[in-house]
Ligand binder design. Structure first.
Ligand SMILES: Nc1ncnc2c1ncn2[C@@H]1O[C@H](COP(=O)(O)OP(=O)(O)O)[C@@H](O)[C@H]1O
Ligand SMILES: [Mg+2]
Length: 339
């Protein structure tokens, strides 16, 4: 992709950088950073009914902060983001970005940075040179390249060829490109996709830093654990519909499920004892463990039944509700359709 393709409008895998940081507060904000009403997108097919990718979505994204847009694969996240950025035209409904209707996006496009799916850079140029090209076309001072490189933690490697970068570094360079005009709103579609655990942590920390700097980050993910620690507010969608939205803490308590993890030798034998005693339990996801569907107040009873059967546990660990368990509960364990 050449720099010409990314200036003046947001493009796929593109970066459209912005200006002044206007602070909006989570409460009592005047203008939502993103607002959709009845957003719907159908894709027509050669045969059969159209695919309804987004089905009447109402989103209200205040700022600054991190707004997680969560859903399984195929749930309509990328389609929604494309509608938000004016890359595709919705079948119905409205989209406002920074107070402007998406059809007037040119008025605010300079304040929006976006990264949709895999970014593309010139492999034989350094990360710095790639950013400089974007900066020049965007008529941004070269100094912003330094700021962006520092912000994403690429200082020291910025003069190396892009081709030599790890996946995580490439992704951070892509985020750097969205920062060149100091945007108010940054839209990132699955920025942690395909990264190793260290890369995921780096992206997570970067997103948090940007939000703490007063920006609004709209970040999508199908990996809920990936964003759980980072987001202030999350929206969960499934099959193009809003399932749940709110501050992370509220969603966690809505998810509710509590588990007691029993760590014990012969977990299968322990599971048989507990099941026979009437507990709802299953083998845990870690070795030598059984998960019992009870809160920590039932620890004594679980311990008693196991000991009575001559089985002694190594550890008993209450597991708090995670956004993941909330998510699975809310979406009925469907896991979405991967098409
Ligand atoms: N260009 C397209 N043409 C037809 N169907 C599409 C197109 N893009 C996405 N879809 C379908 O729309 C649904 C939502 O896809 P998408 O928005 O990519 O979901 P997500 O980003 O959450 O994985 C899926 O069923 C997908 O197959
Ligand atoms: Mg997607």
């Amino acid at each position: 992709m050449s720099p010409e393709q990314v200036v003046g409008s947001v493009t796929e895998a593109g970066h459209t950088p912005p200006l002044i940081c206007r602070k909006l507060t989570w409460e009592g904000f005047g203008v939502a950073v993103i607002e959709t009403r009845g957003l719907r997108k159908e894709y027509s097919r050669l045969r059969g009914d159209p695919v309804v990718a987004v089905d009447g979505l109402d989103l209200d994204v205040p700022g600054p902060g991190v707004y997680g847009f969560l859903g399984p694969n195929g749930s309509g996240k990328t389609t929604t983001i494309r509608c938000l950025l004016g890359l595709i035209v919705p079948t119905a409904g409205s989209v406002k970005i920074l107070g402007e209707d998406v059809t007037d996006l040119h008025r605010v496009i300079g304040r929006v940075g976006a990264l949709v799916e895999s970014p593309k850079f010139f492999p034989t140029f350094s990360g710095r040179k790639n950013l400089q090209m974007f900066a020049r076309v965007a008529e941004v001072d070269d100094g912003m390249v330094d700021v962006a490189i520092d912000t994403v933690g690429l200082a020291g490697r910025d003069r190396d060829n892009f081709a030599s970068y790890s996946l995580g570094m490439k992704q951070r360079l892509a985020v750097a490109a969205t920062l060149l005009k100091d945007p108010d709103l940054i839209v990132l579609d699955e920025p942690a996709n395909g990264l190793d655990p260290a890369g995921i942590v780096e992206i997570r920390q970067l997103i948090r830093r940007l939000a703490d700097d007063g920006k609004t980050i709209f970040v999508s993910s199908h990996q809920l654990g990936e964003v759980q620690q980072t987001c202030d507010v999350v929206t969960i969608i499934s099959k193009g519909r809003l399932i749940q939205t709110g501050p992370v803490a509220e969603l966690l308590s809505a998810g509710g499920a509590q588990t007691l993890r029993v760590v014990i030798d012969d977990a299968a034998g322990a599971l048989a004892v507990l099941t026979a005693a009437g507990f709802s339990a299953r083998l845990g996801t870690i070795a030598d463990s059984v998960d019992v569907d009870l809160g920590p107040e039932h620890g004594a009873s679980v311990t008693h039944h196991l000991a009575a059967a001559g089985r002694y546990l190594r550890a008993l660990e209450p597991q708090g509700a995670t956004l993941e368990s909330a998510f699975l509960e809310l979406t009925g364990n469907e896991g979405g359709d991967v098409r």
